[in-house]
Design a protein around this ligand. Structure first.
Ligand code: GLC
Length: 388
């Protein structure tokens, strides 16, 4: 149903656009997107108001049962992903233009809640490019760096792995060749700064290089960054994903140094977009997706499985562990379907030996309700089933 669908999702917003995903001629599960992000602060408000003013249904909607037939074959597994299994993204905080601008200011208690719920890692998206000079040596603002250190230490001191993810680097997406030096310059500073940190700190080179980033340019950047990082951080895990918004279908285009075994390969999963991004303010046209269900029919489940199998096939033939670094459904979708999709994606990843991190902790996709100071029970149970 995705094939041939060509939707160009355009930048809607001025000021703080950020890369994301859209749909365009996609084989099941791959998402190729042009997207921009409204300030997540405003998107959260919008979501709340949508929820508060929702029209009263006159008769209760029937929720079709989920297909529960088992997969005919036992899926193959990706090479083991050491050190991490279930995680959550601390999204909309440090990758906002300023922390708080998108409605999330990190708190110590968040790390406690994350640890207590049974997650073993956090992914921390950081907009380094917004806090570094434009001229060589691209100096990173010292106060911002301190704030990120604080977040990393909050995670590490609780035994959580922290993936430090370079996020929201819009300038790179617009002009990848032109930004190559700055990209490397940022990693030069970061690798030096974090060289003495424990191995439980991982680096993620760049979130979601878009379709505007040619595969060869991206591979060149990967190899340049790895060279720099490895001089000071020989054993640290480094997370790398492919172009096309870290889409599964582009895994094949990644070129990684054979000998470097401390690399985790990441992909992001939001398929079907019409379900996970219905009504997402930063995806143009997504209003018309409102009301899209994901009931978990046999066909819907088969599509997810075959996407993940494709990723595993690549991982096995390239001998790389896999991380599904982002997946989630926006709060505009019905909770019952969000939990089905989320739980299903998480379990199918686990069956295949794929680590995952939910997008995200306490904003528009939030598994945690920061206003109420508690988890959204259905969602956290879908991610981490009680007792497991
Ligand atoms: C990407 C974008 C982020 C967005 C998320 C879900 O990580 O950078 O802004 O909220 O995907 O679309």
């Amino acid at each position: 149903m995705w094939g041939g669908l060509a939707v160009l999702i355009l930048v809607l917003f001025t000021g703080c656009s950020s890369p994301g995903r859209g749909t365009d001629n996609v084989a099941a599960g791959t998402v190729k997107v042009e997207e921009s992000t409204l300030s997540a602060g405003s998107s959260n408000k919008d979501v709340q108001s949508t929820q508060n003013t929702s029209v009263q249904d006159t008769k209760p909607e029937e929720i079709p049962p989920e297909d529960d037939s088992q997969e005919a074959v036992v899926p193959q597994k990706a090479p083991k992903c050491e050190g991490i299994s279930r995680g959550v993204n601390l999204g909309n905080a440090l990758e906002a233009p300023q922390e708080g601008a998108w409605g999330v200011v990190l708190k110590e208690s968040y790390f406690e809640k994350i640890k207590d719920a049974g997650f073993d890692f956090v992914r921390i998206p950081v907009r380094w490019s917004g806090h570094a000079s434009l001229e060589a040596p691209y100096e990173i603002d010292a106060n911002f760096l301190k704030r990120v250190d604080w977040a990393v230490e909050q995670a590490l001191s609780r035994g959580l792995v922290a993936i430090l993810d370079m996020h929201g680097y819009d300038e790179f997406m617009q002009d990848p060749k032109g930004e190559e030096k700055r990209f490397i310059g940022l990693w030069k500073q970061l690798s030096k700064h974090y060289a003495g940190y424990p191995d439980k700190l991982y680096f993620e080179l760049l979130n979601e290089p878009t379709n505007n980033v040619p595969g060869d340019v991206w591979n060149n950047c990967i190899s340049g960054a790895l060279k720099i990082i490895r001089t000071t951080n020989p054993d640290r895990y480094i997370v790398v994903g492919p172009v096309s918004w870290n889409g599964i279908q582009q895994l094949y285009s990644l070129s990684l140094p054979e000998k470097d075994k401390k690399i985790l390969v990441t992909y992001h999963y939001y398929s079907p977009m019409e379900f996970t991004h219905q009504g997402a303010e930063w995806v143009q046209g997504s209003d018309s997706w409102m009301g899209t269900a994901w009931t978990g029919t046999a066909a819907e489940k088969a599509a997810v499985r075959s996407d993940f199998d494709l990723a595993v096939e690549w991982a096995r033939s390239n001998n790389r562990p896999l991380l599904m670094g982002e997946f989630g459904a926006y709060s505009t979708a019905k909770m019952v379907y969000r939990t089905r999709w989320t739980g299903f994606a998480a379990r199918e990843a686990e069956k295949r030996g794929i680590a995952w991190s939910y997008w995200e902790f306490c904003a528009g996709f939030g598994v945690y309700d920061s206003g109420a100071g508690e988890y959204r029970q259905e969602l956290i149970d879908a991610l981490i089933p009680p007792g497991k």
